[in-house]
Design a binder for this molecule. Sequence first.
Ligand SMILES: [Zn+2]
Ligand SMILES: [Zn+2]
Length: 330
Amino acid sequence: MSLITVRTEGLYCEPGNFYIDPWQSVEMALVTHAHADHAHAGSSRYIATQVSEGVLRKRLGDQIDLQGVQYGEKLKLGNTWVSFHSAGHVLGSAQIRVEHQNEVWVISGDYKRNTDPTAEPFEVVPCDTFITEATFGLPIYNWETGAETVRQIYEWWQSDSDRASILFCYAFGKAQRVLAELTQFTDRPVYVHGAIETLNEVYRAQGVQMLETIPTSEMPRDYTYAGDLVLSPPSGHRSTWMKRFKHPQTAFASGWMAVRGARRRRGYERGFVLSDHADWQGLINTILQTGAKTVYVTHGQNEVLARYLREVYQLNALPLKTLFEGEGDI
Ligand SMILES: [Zn+2]
Ligand SMILES: [Zn+2]
């Protein structure tokens, strides 16, 4: 029997009697991070990293029964030892290591290897079996550094002093990463949609340095935003919130912008390739570094990556069907 199995509710560990990132309500949920496909409301008890507690409470409710743990701290759950290790994905994100009778499994959650000033760096955790994500598991995905991409965003912003420059990006993680990387280039304030500002507060409470932000709701209706940078979640595009801007220039920051045609289809003028997931080489390197002989692949390109691992590296690699999704295509 496998240490971790897939049930209707999510990934389940029987000797520990807990679920990891369940997509239904359960008794005991261990949560890798607070993105919607990993953090589901309604479970009786939660365990997550202490750093992620602020965002989890914002998203799942202040009253949830949540035990915060330190990275690397060992917990005894049933007949297993469990610990959380940084995943480099967003603030407080973790991989979960489960040990049972000399067997070690690591469940990656979402992760990346590129430097990000807003997230703890990824830790390689040796294991026998690794459950990896594969959101960007195709060789066409090759990221530049976040600093380089944000420099391009800064230049785009500076290129138009008459109009607002609206950058659409995921509200949790991506927006804060942009705001933190931008401190290398400017100290001008950035205007933000309310959905981003609530998360900025959590990041600042954890000591993350970012540009000053001003919610657009605090600005007079006739303010022009000429030459200003504005950040919005993708849901702000084509919403009534957009009516306050006259002829803005628009762009989208996402790993999906690496795909030809994706920007145009979504109606943005510019696309910046910026992802909080590992790129193709990042996935391969990580899988090899864990030393795992068995690899289960979730999210997105799981068939392609599993086959590549089998054929090129002779690993026992299989796609695993889950309800996790790729980076917020919302
Ligand atoms: Zn995520
Ligand atoms: Zn995910």
